[in-house]
Each structure stands twice: as structure tokens, then as C-alpha cells.
Design a protein around this ligand. Structure first.
Ligand SMILES: Cc1cn([C@H]2C[C@H](O)[C@@H](COP(=O)(O)OP(=O)(O)O[C@H]3O[C@H](C)C(=O)[C@H](O)[C@H]3O)O2)c(=O)[nH]c1=O
Length: 185
């Protein structure tokens, strides 16, 4: 498994090895030991799986506030999507900055997103499925959102995205009071 840090410290792109043969391929999609060896010391407790039928479906930008903050390990089980993380830790040198990566069934890439970051994605193919591990359980009372179009993200959209009502009415980043604070390592 190759693991490389993105331009946003703490956010990593991972590429598990695929062993191909006449049947297809085999891949270890997650290894606690391999992440720990890369300095990613987290315990996942919940797997999420969502499917979006249409191209241009945008889910995000979401977070869970402390004490239910979630780090996530995201991959694309079917189709293709553009996955984004935004730093919202007050005092962080990279506050408000974003990084994006195209994840697909074909490329097998994953994105690791630590606590203190918004997460969102937009689909690039129909029937796209996202699968991701979380380090805390769903806590609806701690669930939060920031407007998808307020962090300067280049979503490369050719039309208005398909959104949930919650996402369409989320506050803009500039009007958002983050519950996260950056702590220098
Ligand atoms: C997140 C979640 C949702 N739900 C239920 C609540 C709703 O009845 C239904 C759909 O929830 P929501 O519209 O929040 O789903 P998404 O818009 O895909 O939200 C997710 O999308 C972004 C990209 C994320 O990273 C988060 O995991 C999450 O916010 O699933 C659960 O039962 N458990 C959960 O962990």
C-alpha cells in the first residue's frame, strides 16, 4: 500500500496494491498496521456506504463536532467521484484550505481525512458508491454542514449539483464558527 501526504498536512492519499489474475484482482483495502506504520494512529468504529444515482450528486461539506468528531478513510466502491477535505481547525496555518482527489473503482485510491476537516464529494459517473470508515459513531446532534460553494473548491461542475435540502441551506464558510481548534504537533 502506497501512502503519501497531500499538500494539506494530515490528509493522505492511499493506494492499496492490487493482485491481478485471470479472475480479476485481490486487494487489502485497509490495514490498521499499515496506517499505524505511516503514523495514522486511529481506531475505526463504523463503516458507511452510500450510492448516488446521478452524475453531479454532491454530498457535503460535512463534519461531526467534538466530542463526536470523525476521521474518515474514504474509497470509491463503484464509479468515480471527486473527494474533498477542507481544514476548519481554528488557528491552523491551512485553515480554509482544501485538497481534492479523484477516487474511482478503477484507480483504487483512498483519502484519509483527519478530525477537524470538512468532507464532501461530487460524483462523476451514475450509480457511484462511496465506502468509508469513521472513527466515531453517527451522532446526529453533532452533525454539521458548510455550504459546498463557499470554500473556493474547484468542483469542475458543468451544471448545478444535485443536493439534499440540508446541503442546499448550509451556512457559508465565512459565516461559520468552527468547533475545532488546531493544536501544533
Ligand atoms: C451520516 C449518517 C447518516 N445516517 C442516516 C441519516 C439520514 O436519515 C440518512 C442520510 O443522511 P445524510 O443525508 O446526512 O447522508 P449524506 O449526505 O451522505 O452525509 C454524509 O456525507 C458526507 C460526505 C460525510 O462524510 C458524512 O459521513 C455524512 O454527512 O442516513 C445514518 O444513519 N448514519 C450516518 O452515519
Amino acid at each position: 500500500m502506497d501512502i503519501r501526504e497531500t499538500k494539506l498536512p494530515g490528509v493522505f492519499v492511499l493506494k492499496p496494491q492490487r493482485f491481478g489474475d485471470d479472475r480479476g484482482f485481490f486487494s487489502e483495502s485497509w490495514s490498521h498496521r499499515r496506517l499505524a506504520d505511516a503514523g495514522i494512529e486511529v481506531e475505526f468504529v463504523q463503516d458507511n456506504h452510500s450510492m448516488s444515482s446521478e452524475v453531479g450528486t454532491l454530498r457535503g461539506l460535512h463534519f461531526q463536532a467534538p466530542p463526536h468528531a470523525q476521521a474518515k478513510l474514504v474509497r470509491c466502491g463503484r464509479g468515480r467521484l471527486f473527494d474533498v477535505a477542507v481544514d476548519i481547525r481554528k488557528g491552523s496555518p491551512t485553515y480554509g484550505q482544501w485538497v481534492g482527489e479523484e477516487l474511482s473503482f478503477e484507480n483504487g485510491l483512498q483519502l484519509y481525512i483527519p478530525e477537524g476537516f470538512l468532507h464532501g464529494f461530487v460524483t462523476r459517473e451514475p450509480m457511484t458508491e462511496i465506502v468509508y470508515k469513521c472513527t466515531d459513531y453517527y451522532a446526529p446532534e453533532a452533525d454539521g454542514a458548510v455550504h459546498w460553494d463557499s470554500a473556493g473548491i474547484d468542483w469542475a461542475l458543468d451544471r448545478a449539483p444535485i443536493l439534499s435540502a440540508k446541503d442546499a441551506s448550509a451556512p457559508r464558510l465565512e459565516a461559520f464558527d468552527s468547533p475545532f481548534t488546531w493544536e501544533a504537533a
